[in-house]
Design a protein around this ligand. Structure first.
Ligand code: PHE
Length: 361
């Protein structure tokens, strides 16, 4: 009997030592010490032994049980330590290494300027309105007092959408200006009203100062007794904040737009010195926008009664004022997606406009 205990001891100690993981070790434990394990079965045989035999075999079996139990625990701890060491090795991280630079995009000057002017006009109570870029010709022209035979239609170099053969409705157009948003805003909100509408517009035109797609911002205010004086104040406040100068001088030049009466084009006083543009001083004038009092036909098309309401409107080229403010010489580069240009003229995402007076930077 003692011989077979010695044999069990040797065999199980060897199996414990060679168990490669927690699972293998557990199955050795079950086979040796489990309820129906080999050592437990031997324990049960004690009852059938003589007292003498029991006195030697009993302690030997207990000693074997304790020894195996201790060996299994030790082996388990060793396996766990090894696993932890392995993890620490695999997941090792040098927190003193410098960070890897990640390529960061920049905010396009057009997006930046849109945010700036949205913030400035928001300060004056204007909210943002939107309209579709593929526009009905009614919204783009008729509703703005430009009937089909009007010469202004030719001047707009319009892109027309395709119509299926046999469909005789007038084609939709790529909007040639943001003015159709005036109509949509009046229809959606009624009077009184104060909105700006920044967005893309399209004209068949391409040279150093023209691209087939460019950006405008429309402004529209409708109330009981608005006048050109209100228009002038709003535009001056805007220019002061946007160009970040204390003094601006605007020149209203009589002009003509079918959708405003009277109409004015607005120039800003500036100077060019050594290729550097300065706003607010000098002897040059730079045209920056078209404007006027909303024509009664336009109010009516927008569902507003011109007997009780009047308003002013303006339309400004966003790319234009972005070039002026940030000294960007060529319009076409705006839309060429040249990474070197974008990195040079782009803005950091944190370079947010402040409400009072344009940019914080
Ligand atoms: N829509 C005109 C343009 O594109 C600008 C404008 C808007 C003029 C509003 C007067 C009033 O040139």
């Amino acid at each position: 009997m003692l011989d077979s205990i010695a044999e069990l001891r040797e065999r199980y100690l060897a199996e414990v030592a060679s168990a490669g993981d927690a699972e293998a070790l557990e199955s050795v434990r079950v086979i040796a010490l489990g309820k129906k394990g080999e050592v437990s079965l031997k324990m049960r045989e004690l009852g059938r032994m003589s007292p003498d035999e029991r006195r030697t075999v009993g302690p030997a079996l207990n000693a074997l049980k304790d020894e195996l139990d201790a060996a299994i625990r030790a082996r388990r701890t060793a396996l766990e330590d090894a696993a932890l060491d392995e993890r620490l090795r695999a997941e090792w991280l040098d927190v003193t290494l410098p960070g890897r630079p990640r390529p960061a995009g920049t905010i396009h000057p057009v997006s930046q300027v849109m945010e700036e002017l949205t913030a400035i006009f928001a300060d004056m109570g204007f909210s943002v309105a939107e309209g579709p870029q593929v526009e009905s010709d009614w919204h783009n022209f008729d509703a703005l007092n430009i009937p089909p035979e009007h010469p202004a239609r030719q001047e707009h170099d319009t892109f027309f959408m395709h119509r299926a053969a046999g469909d005789n409705r007038p084609p939709h157009v790529l909007r040639t200006h943001t003015s159709p948003v005036q109509i949509r805003a009046m229809q959606a909100q009624g009077a009184p009203l104060r909105v700006i509408a920044p967005g893309r517009v399209y004209r068949m035109d391409m040279d150093q100062t023209h691209t087939p797609m460019f950006h405008q911002v429309e402004g529209l205010a409708i109330d009981r007794d608005l006048s050109m004086a209100n228009l002038k104040w709003v535009l001056e406040e805007f220019c002061r904040a946007f160009f970040e100068v204390d003094h601006v001088e605007l020149r209203f030049r009589a002009s003509h737009f079918p959708f405003t009466e009277p109409s004015a084009e607005v120039d800003i006083r500036c100077s060019w010195e050594a290729g550097q543009l300065k706003i607010g001083e000098g002897s040059s004038w730079m045209e920056i926008l078209g404007s006027g009092m909303v024509h009664p036909h336009v109010l009516r098309a927008g569902g507003i009664d011109p007997e009780h309401w009047q308003g002013f409107a303006f339309g400004m080229g966003i790319d234009r004022i972005a070039m002026l403010k940030y000294g960007i010489p060529d319009l076409r580069a705006f839309f060429e997606s040249d990474l070197r240009w974008l990195r040079h003229y782009g803005f950091s995402a944190l370079d947010m406009p402040s409400l009072a007076g344009g940019l914080s930077a």
